[in-house]
Design a protein around this ligand. Structure first.
Ligand code: SAM
Length: 280
């Protein structure tokens, strides 16, 4: 337990895929004024130093955000520019990229006055950092299990809901627990937008999650996968997967468009595949 530390992986290809999906979902949801309750069930420590000993040990961010950052001026789509402006703000506007925002920081940067942010984290070091960050950002931080914590909090008081479920999958049981938590939370708030990140592994542990979602009562589930080619990235991952339940209007086309603009320039050898797992 707790051998996983996100500092080793922050800013890698999978992180960029996940945070792009989250950024797009929340930005599109915010086209309506009504308040959104945001939940981050496995939050990590919110901000990562890409020059830390952990990050330099794996160098995963070099092929991820650092490579993308080099070509940012060629990605003129306003959504890409907004995405980069959030990373730039985390670096005080400096050109060299040292700090990378974790998922709670993406939520916090995008959050409007009417939106709330609730995060969960269990790791002692990560939760201490998250709590200090949460005080500055007026985000709720719970040092407790994010699966049961989410179920305690939904349905929220706010009319709309956006949830990121991003466990470390250190234990295989996480795949099953994601399905059960997702299905339970969705029963309590059927219009909620839920994003679930998962690794694509040669051992195909992710099949438990995919088949479980297919067999569940969930509806409108889109699957976006970034498949790495030729080499796996960190921990032998073949790719990065994202399930989006109730994707906001235009999420599907925009995710495809943004990744098809970036992938030829990014130079990382990855392709994007997207399809409905459970159609509308
Ligand atoms: N969501 C973060 C991001 O995108 O920046 C990365 C999170 S990392 C993949 C998973 C985190 O979940 C780790 O920091 C780990 O300590 C934490 N964790 C593990 N089990 C947990 C649980 N049952 N409830 C809440 N957090 C947990």
């Amino acid at each position: 337990m707790f051998s996983y530390l996100h500092a080793f992986h922050a800013g890698n290809l999978a992180d960029v895929h996940k945070h792009l999906g989250l950024f797009l979902a929340l930005s599109l949801m915010q086209r309506k004024e009504t308040a959104i309750a945001c939940f981050d069930t496995h939050a990590g420590s919110a901000v990562y130093d890409l020059n830390s000993a952990e990050a330099r040990k794996t160098t995963e961010s070099d092929r991820g955000i650092q490579a993308l950052w080099q070509v940012r001026s060629k990605l003129q789509d306003p959504a890409w520019q907004d995405f980069f402006s959030i990373i730039s703000a985390a670096n005080g506007g400096k050109t060299a990229l040292q700090y990378y925002p974790g998922s709670p920081a993406w939520f916090a940067r995008l959050r409007r006055r009417q939106d709330s942010l609730t995060t969960f984290e269990l790791h002692p070091r990560e939760s201490a950092r998250l709590e200090a960050w949460g005080k500055r950002q007026a985000a709720r931080v719970y040092v407790e299990d994010g699966f049961s914590g989410l179920l305690r909090c939904v349905p929220p008081r706010e009319p709309r809901l956006c949830v990121l479920i991003d466990p470390p999958y250190e234990v295989k049981h996480d795949y099953r627990q994601v399905v059960d938590t997702l299905a339970n939370a969705w029963r309590r708030c059927r219009h909620g937008v839920f994003l679930v990140w998962y690794p694509i592994l040669r051992e195909r542990y992710q099949d438990t999650l995919i088949r479980g979602v297919e067999k569940s009562p969930l509806q409108k589930v889109l699957r976006s996968e970034l498949l790495f080619d030729p080499e796996p990235v960190g921990q032998g991952m073949l790719g990065s997967g994202l399930l989006v339940v109730n994707p906001p209007w235009h999420w599907e086309e925009q995710m495809n468009t943004l990744l098809s603009q970036a992938l030829p320039l990014w130079g990382v050898g990855a392709r994007h595949e997207q399809q409905w797992l459970i159609p509308e």
